[in-house]
Design a protein around this ligand. Structure first.
Ligand code: DHB
Ligand code: MG
Length: 220
């Protein structure tokens, strides 16, 4: 039996991506552009990007909101899934990142479906018109409760809410952590449990991105 080591998580994730995702020139170009611009390698893994794509399709979401564009990798995955009439609104705090994302999303052929809003999400969210069917939260973890509140306000019963990075290398279970990202992640999970607007679960994950996890909720 293989040992559970980060190298083996990596190898299995690579195998799963090779088998089920395959070679994807537009997404690979988006990653190359992102790396070239010096952005951190914190985009979702290929298998997770495809999970986002499938969740959009399974839920039938046509209006998607993403908080945290980075280089547009997950944006492209979801934009492909919303269909011809669908739209993705994605919020990015850094104008330089947004410019890279804009070029990659356009080059991927889904530019007409994607609206990039530049600014701090806490400032941009109050300016958006609601009715989103799926919300993907993948930005500064300190603000997860603010983002969840807006996901509920801008969604409707049945809206799917996904929160990235809820595992944080296992630190999420440490109630004494003072790491603001852990504290923010825990506050978001507490809110998903206690706030009657949500019904939620979460899965921890291992793979190319180490030991982490994803929360999945529905607006009730
Ligand atoms: C971090 C943020 C992410 O969205 C991610 O997927 C991984 C790490 C971070 O800020 O550490
Ligand atoms: Mg993330």
């Amino acid at each position: 039996m293989a040992e559970s080591t980060p190298q083996n998580w990596h190898d299995v994730d690579h195998y799963l991506a090779e088998t089920l995702v395959g070679h994807d020139p537009a997404l690979e170009a988006a990653l190359a552009a992102q790396r070239g611009a010096g952005m951190p390698e914190i985009e979702v893994a290929p298998v997770a990007g495809k999970l986002l794509n499938l969740l959009v399709r399974i839920s039938g979401a046509e209006r998607v909101l993403e908080i945290g564009t980075l280089g547009g990798y997950s944006t492209i995955w979801m934009a492909r899934a919303v269909g011809e009439r669908g739209r993705v609104t994605t919020i990015e705090a850094e104008a330089d990142n947004a410019a890279v994302a804009r070029a990659s999303i356009d080059a991927a052929g889904v530019g007409d479906r994607v609206d990039i809003r530049i600014g701090r999400a806490a400032d941009v969210l109050p300016t958006l018109v609601g009715g989103f069917d799926l919300v993907f939260i993948d930005a500064d973890k300190e603000s997860n409760t603010i983002y969840l509140d807006w996901a509920a306000k801008l969604g409707h019963p049945g809206t799917v809410v996904i929160v990235d990075n809820i595992g944080r290398n296992g630190d999420v279970a440490d109630a004494s952590s003072t790491d603001p990202m852990v504290v923010g992640t825990r506050a978001g999970l507490r809110m998903l449990a206690d706030d009657p607007r949500f019904d939620a679960t979460a899965l921890q994950t291992v793979g190319l991105k180490g030991w982490d996890g994803v929360a999945l909720a529905v607006v009730v």
